[in-house]
Design a protein around this ligand. Structure first.
Ligand code: F6P
Length: 332
């Protein structure tokens, strides 16, 4: 069976060095997977006792995963800078052209080291999300504006999912491939080639406890889903909420569905719940490459011109026809 090394060797020749960066990402995810597997045996569970840049409680495994990712993904010498959910400022590897040292560095990597980490102590699936952009050398510090590129400019995006098995799902703009970690050999094997999201669904994922805080289009959409066969949608819906975006999007890649984190009055000031650069954009790239759709409800996610590294936005993504239906509620 094909392993991820073959996939990496097959990358477009125009993307010199992307393979080396991806190999480092793969190594990082393998190590994070090991750290999570060992869990309580190494005392890695529980809270770090601090908050991250977003003001959220940091788990020990958030910090461990962040450190492992940084350690590995600067090895190729081709990454000019990294942005993480866990760090306020970008991380500039030593010898990087961003640290004024000339070099061969052509890529920027933005990542969420452990998405859904509030679940990790309960042994529920979590994941690492990453997005790779070109680094444009003309840009300069302090917060290099070259990080602030629309999602449509991503050249690679993916996630590792630490669940009943560890999987790596990624796209370089030529469809979506899923690899499963063979824990005996450490290899990621291509088990899910050309993943496609069915266009129709009767399964939605949303945190229903926020219903009363939502805008009316989202309330109306959910009202209609809940009416089932008797309502205007004419079919019954099922609901899932794992509170772990990686697990949610993976389920949608496997059997379809719609995942939503809409704006609500509690989070209006922040702009949304999910982070644009290292959650919404990479997941949107994957979803679109699998034939799905990713929107804020009003605009295509990947068209948004980012204004800040840790910017948040509302998200509606998954099965194409269902996401389109949601956008019609916003247009009404
Ligand atoms: O980082 C965002 C995240 O953990 C997602 O993975 C998940 O979908 C969401 O937050 C869970 O939100 P809530 O706590 O409202 O259920």
């Amino acid at each position: 069976m094909t392993d991820i090394t073959h996939f990496i060797n097959d990358l477009p020749a125009t993307e010199t060095g992307l393979g080396a960066v991806l190999s480092d990402v793969v190594a990082a995810c393998r190590e994070i997977s090991r750290a999570i597997d060992r869990g309580a045996l190494t005392g890695a569970m529980g809270s770090q006792g601090e908050s991250n840049v977003q003001g959220e409680e940091q788990k020990k495994l958030d910090v461990i995963s962040n450190d492992l990712f940084l350690e590995h993904v600067q090895r190729s010498g081709l990454v000019a800078g990294l942005v993480s959910e866990e760090m306020e400022e970008p991380f500039v590897p030593r010898g990087s052209s961003l640290s004024k040292d000339t070099g061969n560095r052509r890529y920027l990597v933005l990542f969420d080291p452990l998405d859904g980490s509030s679940n990790v102590d309960a042994n529920i699936t979590v994941g690492t999300i990453f997005s790779i952009l070109h680094y444009q050398e003309s840009q300069t510090e302090p917060i290099d504006p070259s990080y602030l590129q629309a999602g449509a400019k991503q050249i690679c995006a993916g996630y590792a999912m630490y669940g009943s098995s560890t999987m790596l799902v990624l796209t370089v703009g030529r469809g979506v491939q899923g690899f499963t970690l063979n824990r005996d050999t450490g290899e990621f094997i291509l088990t899910h080639p050309n993943m496609r999201i069915p266009p129709d669904t009767h399964e939605f994922a949303v945190n229903m406890s926020n219903y009363r805080f939502w805008e009316s289009p989202m309330q109306h959409y959910i009202d209609d889903c809940l009416q089932g066969k008797e309502g205007r949608r004419g079919k019954d819906f099922n609901m899932r909420w794992i509170a772990s975006m990686v697990a949610e999007i993976h389920r949608i890649l496997i059997r379809g569905g719609i995942f939503m984190y809409p704006i609500d009055s509690k989070i209006r000031k922040q702009g949304g719940r999910l982070r644009l650069m290292y959650e919404a954009n990479p997941m949107s790239f994957i979803v679109e490459q699998a034939g799905g759709m990713a929107s804020t409800g009003r605009h295509r996610v990947m068209d948004i011109e980012p204004e800040a590294l840790h910017q948040r936005i509302p998200v509606v993504m998954g099965s194409k026809n269902e996401v389109e239906t949601v956008t019609t509620y916003y247009r009404r």
